[in-house]
Design a protein around this ligand. Structure first.
Ligand code: BES
Ligand code: ZN
Ligand code: ZN
Length: 480
């Protein structure tokens, strides 16, 4: 959708989308547009679609169910769904009839429609789509008294970044290695205006990123630390927010190897990194007045003669030594270095890390919410609210000191796994806490269940784009 524009009458409209809240369907309005008397079989249930012909047979009318008021945080899904189901028919222009609804629906509609353009099958051979909606040949017309251009533009920009992030998470690991992630950041930075600095293996060695190097030492693809800095133009006293992401481009488990049944999903073990990339790209696109630091620790956790072994003791950026009980608990190792480095190098006001860190977080919350850890109650409350607003939900779990002793090592400063099959998301967070060294505004999100999951748009599990909107709306909330 290159062109989004307001219109004042429906005369030339061909494909008209009219959304309704459940049980708030305005049948008179439908009759006015279609000329059809009598009530169509449509109650406005979430994602319900009803297709009607117009008066002269020259229009097609789509009734779109938004569900109840409480479903409005997911209204974009209704638009994504109708486009997924119907866009092959769309030519020329589509018209969004939004006059009867809250002005925020404009955002949901554009966001959802543009999300539907994501193509999970981009690696299939020999296909060029002749679908004019997907090829950006269809204009989007808005019929609404409250049309707000900047909201529409923001929704489109956000969806485009989310789609790019999904492509990155869904990309297979023979394409996507740490260097690929680094190049992605460089490219995005040069297109949208942020600085990307890459530490290669030699620089990581010189600077003492021992834990990141240890995780990557079994792979032919060397690890990278990807540092991104976004500053608004002009001078000003802006708060510094640091975002840190786990960027494991494939997690075999290492020598503590995973069972093979679901191992292919582990290409998505860089979902935290992807969310950080997305948030920084979008902040730069939208020119948000904040200083953002993004740090991604990227490595491949591979099985090899050079891989770290269970029982090995490694060093870390912080200087603390770590006994590696389980090489599959690699995310916390790379994050230990990234979090510690970020705090020391930038002294951020706030630091949020995102990681597909534990199966245990899925055991606890399923695929509904990220597990959230922090001692900073204000930060947790703010993220919790924004999680509900964006439907990228977070749910708190405790950082009780009762779990500290689980990470006791007799031979090193700490060990990376308790050896017990309980409270795994919490002990992982307790491990990270040590490397955040009492930062007063550190918050950890375990996004293992929400970054990559089943959906009605694909037969396999696929990327969700989780975190991009959550972080972006959070950033907007602190600068308000
Ligand atoms: N990348 C995994 C966590 C994961 C599991 C993400 C399922 C997405 C879906 C992580 O590195 C891991 O393997 N964690 C282990 C830790 C354990 C060995 C202490 C886990 O959760 O089992
Ligand atoms: Zn692992
Ligand atoms: Zn992992």
């Amino acid at each position: 959708m290159k062109i989004i524009k307001p219109i004042e009458d429906l005369k030339s409209a061909q494909f008209i989308l009219i959304p309704f809240l459940q049980d708030e369907v305005d049948y008179d309005l439908i009759t006015e547009i279609t000329g059809i008397k009598g009530k169509p079989d449509f109650s406005g249930k979430f994602k319900q679609i009803n297709t009607l012909p117009g008066v002269e047979g020259d229009k097609t009318l789509y009734l779109v169910g938004l569900g109840k008021e409480k479903d409005l945080s997911q209204a974009h899904e209704a638009f994504r769904w109708i486009s997924h189901k119907r866009n092959k028919a769309w030519k020329g222009s589509i018209t969004l009839y939004l006059d009867h609804l809250d002005s925020s629906l404009l955002y949901s509609a554009i966001y959802g429609l543009v999300l539907s353009k994501y193509d999970i099958g981009s690696l299939k051979s020999g296909k060029r789509s002749s679908n004019s909606f997907l090829n950006n040949e269809v204009e989007c017309h808005i019929y609404s008294k409250t049309y707000n251009e900047s909201l529409a533009v923001e929704a489109r920009a956000t969806a485009r970044t989310v789609n790019a992030i999904k492509a990155l998470v869904d990309a297979p690991s023979n394409i996507k290695n740490p260097e690929y992630l680094a190049n992605w950041a460089i490219d995005s930075g040069s297109r949208f205006g942020f600085k990307a600095t890459i530490f290669d293996k030699t620089q990581l060695e010189e600077q003492g990123f021992h834990a990141l190097l240890a995780v990557g030492q079994g792979s032919n693809s060397e690890p990278r630390l990807i540092q991104m800095e976004y500053k608004p133009e002009g001078k000003g006293d802006y708060p510094i927010l640091a975002l840190v992401g786990k960027g494991i481009t494939f997690d075999t488990g290492g020598l503590s190897i995973k069972p093979s049944d679901n191992m292919h999903h582990m290409k998505s073990d860089m979902g935290g990194a992807a969310a950080v990339f997305g948030a920084i790209e979008l902040a730069a696109k939208l020119k948000l007045p904040i200083q953002l630091i993004g740090v991604v620790a990227s490595a491949e956790n591979a099985v090899d003669a050079n891989s770290i072994r269970p029982g090995d003791v490694i060093n870390s950026y912080s200087g603390k030594t770590i006994e590696v009980i389980d090489t599959d608990a690699e995310g916390r190792l790379v994050l230990a270095d990234a979090i510690n480095y970020t705090i020391k190098a930038f002294n951020p006001d706030q630091i949020i890390d995102l990681a597909t860190l534990t199966g245990s977080s899925i055991g606890t919350l399923g695929y509904t919410a990220a597990a959230m850890f922090s001692d900073n109650e204000d930060l947790k409350d703010a993220l919790s609210d924004i999680g509900f607003e964006t439907h990228e939900r977070v749910w708190p779990l405790p950082l009780f000191d009762d779990f500290k002793s689980d990470l006791h090592s007799d031979i090193a400063d700490i060990r990376n796994y308790s050896g017990k099959p309980i409270a795994g998301a919490i002990t992982a967070a307790k491990f990270l806490e040590v490397f955040a060294e009492d930062h007063p505004a550190w918050l950890h999100l375990d996004i293992a269940g929400v970054a990559y999951s089943d959906s009605s748009y694909a037969k396999m599990k696929s990327a969700t784009g989780y975190g991009v909107r959550l972080l972006t709306e959070y950033i907007k909330s602190i600068i308000e």
